[in-house]
Write a protein that binds this ligand. Structure first.
Ligand SMILES: Cc1cc2nc3c(=O)[nH]c(=O)nc-3n(C[C@H](O)[C@H](O)[C@H](O)COP(=O)(O)OP(=O)(O)OC[C@H]3O[C@@H](n4cnc5c(N)ncnc54)[C@H](O)[C@@H]3O)c2cc1C
Length: 444
């Protein structure tokens, strides 16, 4: 038994059960079980599942059932005490956190070691109307809403006599042309195409617009693959406006930064992330909204407090620590393992090591028959990249049943088009930035 000074089992509290927190909890369980030592691991998250975010564009595109991208924490981590609640505050000196759940009032939980992995939220800007009328892509509610909203607008357009209103309903604007926004627009396009084919509509009647302030789409994959992406998106009828963003958003239109007015009822805002709101309440230094941390993932000045994933500005030792690691699942998973190793080392098991990981590249699914990928620097596009991308995601989802369900869905989709049923389960309020991601006007 690993005990504190009072003879109690040492308690490690992990805040956030995403890629980093989930991996850390799982690895800690294994490490202590192997050493036949007991510790208490408490995982706090407002959701009872770990969300596999890289497949959210497939959920928005109606390809994958949302349940398949959620891994139940209680099943996957049976030895961990799960607290389904929001951490409201952290007392770093008193070593407690205060949590509030849907079914219980605020209460305190003490800790001996604290792992802060609350991830990130959509980065919002002060664009009038953005909070009310646009949606992000960080949660199941947002992904489902975008799918249902598109189908709802396409159906409503069929009953509108006014051609201008019809066209507005058949227009989708996505802001953010890095991998998440690009995957999203490709999947929404595929959903609209499936709808058009089934309802006898010309595909070109549904207009898609992708905006970004950058000069290129998907700078993460380099110029050559970026050019390929541009070519494929354009061939699918997606208009791309670079060095352009939104000046304002209203219920039935947006105004672009170049002054153009575009009538639309469907706007997605996928322009990057910033650290979870909890981080700014800690009184600790932040870099780009993320917690400043040492290379061994300890918070400076608090040797019992660790952090990693999107929540942390981890020095990138492959770049001599002059940059921070990007907010990707690839780093969050590996930082989760490093967190477990370094927490265990502080409790007498193994040795602590600084975090160092060379980027393995990206895989980006761009809808029917196409993807781009650069695994280990090898540039791939088309069907080869598609196979690598799907194999990678299927393998990376941390639960066998989910992997099975996703594989079957992909196989089914090679012979049967994606379903177009609209369930109307997520309301505009539930999918708003405030309700879904916990960020409001003050976050802009
Ligand atoms: C659409 C999309 C596609 C992506 N595709 C890829 C990809 O292909 N490859 C890749 O490498 N990365 C991808 N990413 C990035 C990747 O999802 C993130 O880098 C990763 O999720 C970060 O993991 P994390 O554990 O730090 O945070 P998260 O996975 O965001 O988990 C944080 C957890 O903390 C919880 N939490 C937040 N606040 C609190 C609180 N106050 N109290 C308790 N719990 C809290 C949240 O509910 C959440 O469960 C994608 C992201 C998006 C949105």
């Amino acid at each position: 038994m690993t005990e504190d000074a009072t003879g109690q089992a040492v308690r490690v509290v992990i805040v956030g059960g995403g890629f980093a927190g989930f991996t850390c909890a799982r690895r800690l369980c294994k490490t202590f079980a192997r050493a036949r030592r007991d510790i208490e691991i408490v995982l706090v998250d407002p959701h009872d599942y770990m969300l596999y975010t890289p497949l959210l564009p497939d959920v928005a595109g109606g390809l994958i059932d949302p349940r398949f991208v959620t891994v139940p924490l209680a099943d996957a981590l049976p030895k961990v005490r799960l607290v389904v609640a929001q951490v409201e505050s952290v007392d770093l000196l008193g070593r407690t956190i205060t949590v509030r759940g849907e079914h219980h009032p605020s209460r305190e939980i003490g800790w001996d070691r604290l792992v802060l992995t609350p991830g990130s939220v959509t980065r919002l800007f002060d664009v009038p109307g953005l909070h009310e009328h646009a949606r992000g892509l960080k949660t199941v509610a947002e992904a489902l809403y975008l799918r249902e909203q598109l189908l709802h607008q396409l159906e409503a357009a069929e009953h509108d006599d006014d051609p201008r209103v019809r066209q507005a309903r058949r227009t989708v604007v996505v802001v953010g042309a890095s991998y998440a926004g690009t995957e999203l627009i490709a999947q929404l396009r595929a959903l609209a195409d499936a709808y058009a084919d089934r309802r006898g509509l010309e595909r070109a009647q549904v207009r898609f617009l992708l905006l970004d302030t950058a000069e290129r789409v998907m700078p993460e994959v380099g110029t050559r693959l970026g050019d390929k992406v541009l070519e494929v998106l354009r061939a699918r009828g997606i208009e791309i406006r670079l060095q352009t963003s939104l000046r304002s958003v209203a219920a039935d239109h947006v105004v672009l930064t170049d002054g153009t007015k575009v009538s639309t009822h469907t706007v997605a805002w996928v322009t990057g992330v910033t650290g979870a709101p909890l981080l700014s309440s800690l009184g600790l230094p932040l870099e780009r909204g993320r917690l400043v941390v040492d290379a061994d993932l300890r918070v400076p000045g608090f040797p019992e407090v660790f952090t990693g994933g999107d929540a942390a500005a981890v020095p990138d030792l492959t770049k001599n620590g002059k940059a921070i690691t990007p907010p990707t699942a690839q780093h969050a998973i590996r930082q989760g393992k490093a967190l477990a190793r370094n927490v265990a080392a502080g409790l007498g098991l193994g040795t602590s090591k600084p975090y160092k990981h060379r980027d393995m590249g990206l895989v980006v699914d761009l809808g029917p028959g196409f993807a781009v990928a650069n695994p280990l620097g090898i540039r791939l596009s088309g069907l080869a990249a598609k196979a690598v991308t799907r194999a990678y995601h299927t393998y990376a989802v941390p639960r066998g049943v989910n992997r099975w369900a996703i594989t079957l869905t992909y196989l089914t989709n090679t012979v049967v088009p994606r379903p177009l049923t609209r369930l109307g389960l997520v309301s505009p309020e539930e999918s708003s930035f405030a309700a879904s991601e916990g960020i409001g006007h003050e976050a802009s």
